[in-house]
Design a protein around this ligand. Structure first.
Ligand SMILES: NC(=O)c1ccc[n+]([C@@H]2O[C@H](COP(=O)([O-])OP(=O)(O)OC[C@H]3O[C@@H](n4cnc5c(N)ncnc54)[C@H](OP(=O)(O)O)[C@@H]3O)[C@@H](O)[C@H]2O)c1
Length: 237
């Protein structure tokens, strides 16, 4: 079904964010491509909406409290009313100090996503079916990672996995905070996908990962809030 809704996607210049943007555009959404590098955003937008008919770009570094807090007024000034927020931007620190990596992952993947959700909550709740999608990971699932028999038992990327587990709990808490408002917030695992982060050996395409984002962004009215969804439905926490 073609939509006339609007969505803001963070980290929209490449990877899953760009593929999700393409999917939203194909389904009639206006997309605000948000990211920290305006030139990269414009280049990405050129590749999928060259006439800028259905999209706009917004400079947004997820580690900048000031930039995050200005988003609602910048949308209002541009006359854009969002229905959906997709917190997709993320980092997977691999090099350098573990503690520096942990700080960066928490700051970007958790604090930034929560801060943007809170900053936009009143804006989103002006619409009848507001949706927030947190792009998490199976690597943040205790059910997938903890215990010798768990399918991802061998994984130990402390900074990244800790941040995604925290993002999942933040989703649970935010769902409780916004209970009864109509806002449905969902954390998702896109599966292991071929992007700069996922690498070339990943079994899933970026498009397949983006389809999980799209599904969570378009959950029908009455859907439960605070769930963890993956490519095959409900994910273990
Ligand atoms: N690929 C996978 O297999 C996989 C699996 C599970 C979950 N995920 C999650 O999916 C999301 C997208 O991942 P991806 O695979 O598309 O990764 P990616 O190709 O590395 O893209 C990451 C995106 O996040 C943006 N970003 C990073 N730090 C930012 C900041 N401080 N402010 C604004 N934007 C920032 C990047 O912008 P720049 O270009 O400016 O760096 C880029 O657009 C992430 O949350 C990731 O954890 C991915």
């Amino acid at each position: 079904m073609i939509s006339n809704k609007s969505v803001l996607v963070t980290g929209a210049n490449r990877g899953l964010g760009l593929e999700a943007t393409r999917l939203f555009l194909q389904n009639g959404f206006h997309v605000v491509l948000a990211g920290r590098d305006l030139r990269a955003l414009e280049k990405a937008r050129q590749s999928i909406d060259p006439q800028a008919m259905c999209s706009s770009v917004l400079e947004l570094d997820m580690t900048s409290t000031e930039q995050i807090e200005r988003v609602p007024s910048r949308l209002d000034e541009a006359g854009i009313q969002l229905d959906v927020l997709v917190n997709n931007a993320g980092v997977f620190p691999r090099d350098g100090s573990l503690i520096d990596g942990l700080r960066l992952a928490i700051d970007t993947n958790v604090t930034g996503a929560v801060a943007l959700t809170l900053a936009l909550s009143n804006h989103l709740m002006r619409t009848p079916e507001p949706r927030v999608v947190m792009v998490s990971s199976g690597l943040g699932s205790f059910g997938r990672c903890a215990g010798a028999d768990a399918p991802l038992a061998a994984s130990h990327f402390l900074a990244y996995q800790t941040s995604k587990a925290a993002l999942n709990m933040a989703t649970v808490c935010l769902a409780k905070q916004f209970a009864g408002t109509g806002l449905v917030i969902t954390t998702i695992s896109p599966g292991w996908c071929r992007t700069d982060m996922g690498g070339v050996d990943a079994p899933r395409s970026a498009r397949e990962g983006a389809s999980v984002i799209y599904h969570a962004a378009t959950l029908p009215p009455g859907s439960p809030s605070g769930t963890f969804l993956g490519e095959n439905g409900t994910m273990p926490w």
